[in-house]
Design a binder for this molecule. Structure first.
Ligand code: SAM
Length: 177
């Protein structure tokens, strides 16, 4: 996939967010992102879990803690490019996706608790996936599907130990190495 996407998950709280942040990383990886950065509490068990999935199911997805997400975002803008912040207060995705797709390297920011207003200012695009409150996992999945225009269904995950063979009924998994 020629388009490269990284996620920045703000303010991870070890106890409260462990499932949601894990699922965010899993969705990011499955839907073709290159990696996820996260701020808040550093969580080695989250990192180990995601690295374990990469080891078994392939691909190059990275997970990395960032201590100062504002500084990180500023550096990203200077060195790499565009920032998309997913928020129910932003511009509806269908209205901006063509513009966003002109950029082939983006950072997608998602929050957990209330997001500091600095991220609304730093973002190139504040984007809503409907203007109703819901979930960062759902918002990210819909965003990545629009951004990749369905190409995530054809992704390859090199180096995988296991691969699912899709079937109408039952489960088939082959061991590759
Ligand atoms: N209450 C928080 C606030 O006011 O910023 C938001 C909490 S929400 C559970 C966590 C994250 O989900 C948000 O920061 C945003 O990234 C994402 N999110 C939730 N609903 C969204 C929507 N309708 N559109 C885009 N992103 C959304």
């Amino acid at each position: 996939m020629s388009r490269k996407v990284w996620i920045l998950r703000l303010t991870h709280r070890v106890e409260r967010d462990k499932r949601v942040t894990t699922h965010l990383a899993l969705v990011a990886r499955a839907f073709g992102a290159q990696g996820m950065y996260y701020s808040g509490d550093q969580d080695m068990s989250l990192e180990d879990k995601i690295r374990g999935v990469v080891e078994r199911w392939g691909g190059k997805f990275s997970i990395e803690y960032v201590d100062n997400p504002v500084q990180f975002t500023r550096k990203w803008i200077l060195e790499k490019g565009q920032v998309v912040h997913l928020t129910m207060y932003g511009i509806p995705l269908p209205d901006v996706i063509d513009d966003i797709r002109r950029h082939d390297k983006i950072l997608v920011i998602v929050g957990s608790e209330k997001v500091d207003s600095i991220f609304f200012d730093l973002a190139t695009y504040n984007v809503s996936i409907t203007t109703q409150p819901h979930s960062e996992i759902a918002a990210l999945a819909v965003f990545l599907d629009y951004y990749h225009q369905g190409a995530e269904f054809k992704l390859d995950f090199p180096g995988a130990k296991y691969k699912v063979i899709p079937m109408e009924k039952g489960k088939k998994v082959v061991k590759l190495r």
